[in-house]
Design a protein around this ligand. Structure first.
Ligand SMILES: [Zn+2]
Length: 295
């Protein structure tokens, strides 16, 4: 079982960490994502998991990375119970490796904006955004957190894609300094994080989420305060698909009925729902609020 941990270090520094190898591989497989797309989607899924660490009950966070690069938009959301899902608009995108022989996620994402929406059970969802600084996602999230939420943060995300296209290691951590903390604390943390091996290497060595949090905090003595499971799981269902068709209205459903069937594919998980004539007829009756008289 993969987990997300929340830890506290000395100086009031917080750390969140998760290992997401299986979760990201599941996403890659479901979307048939090529290596660059898989890395970008995997980083976004891991980032949304990290952002969910402080959620409770029915709360949910959605991360949207809307760049002008070939990938198109990336959407990842995570519930407080650890259900993570997401998609990338163009999952077949793969770019040549960068000059440092790395997957060119920044080039595939391009320039644009990062959006975070938190459904906290209040009347309106919380929404914040910031421009993308590199398209590499970790730096973009750190910039967003500092600019939009005023929380100085260091974020590290990694997805290792094997030559055969499979994801063999993925994970990340986010370290946050209290607003108003001594700037030196953040500088020291940044230097410490830069001195660590890449996240994928740490995960590949078998480090757990808790180990990652400890590594991220280094000499700040991490105390793990919470650990919760995360997994790739979508909330779609036949009922929800029928609900979406209801929103289309009677005319649209009638035209689908004319075609004899409707096929709806969930963008988040790739599940395809086929609605046949009887199901469509039932939806149309519900929309019109009447059934034909019984013969
Ligand atoms: Zn789904």
């Amino acid at each position: 079982m993969e987990t997300l941990v929340r830890a506290i270090g000395s100086e009031g520094v917080l750390a969140f960490a998760c290992v997401t190898t299986h979760l990201v591989e599941e996403a890659r497989r479901r979307h048939g994502a090529a290596p660059t797309a898989a890395a970008a989607l995997g980083r976004a899924l891991t980032a949304s998991s990290l952002l969910s660490a402080t959620l409770e009950g029915q709360q949910k966070v959605t991360l949207r990375i809307l760049g002008d690069g070939p990938l198109g938009g990336i959407v990842a959301d995570t519930t407080a119970s650890g259900d993570v899902r997401g998609y990338v608009q163009n999952p077949t995108v793969h770019l040549p490796l960068s000059s440092r022989r790395k997957l060119d996620v920044g080039g595939a994402v391009g320039r644009g904006t990062l959006h975070v929406t938190k459904e906290l059970g209040l009347r309106w969802p919380y929404h914040g955004s910031a421009p993308l600084v590199s398209g590499e996602i970790a730096e973009d999230l750190a910039y967003y957190l500092a600019q939009s939420e005023q929380v100085p943060s260091v974020v590290s995300l990694g997805v290792l894609v094997e030559p055969d296209g499979r994801v063999s290691a993925a994970g990340g951590f986010m370290v946050q300094v209290m607003p108003g903390a001594d700037p030196q604390v953040l500088d020291d943390l940044e230097a410490h994080v830069r001195s660590l091996p890449p996240v994928t290497q740490l995960v590949g060595q078998g480090l757990s989420s808790a180990d990652l949090a400890r590594a991220a905090l280094g000499s700040l003595q991490a105390r793990i305060v919470e650990e919760r499971p995360v997994r790739y799981r979508c909330t779609c269902s036949r009922e929800r698909v029928e609900g979406v068709l209801m929103l289309l209205g009677a005319e649209e459903v009638e035209s689908l009925l004319g075609e004899g069937r409707a096929e709806v594919r969930c963008r988040f998980c790739g599940e395809t729902y086929v609605l046949r004539r009887e199901a469509l007829q039932e939806i149309l009756w519900r929309l019109r609020g009447s059934r034909p008289p019984v013969a």
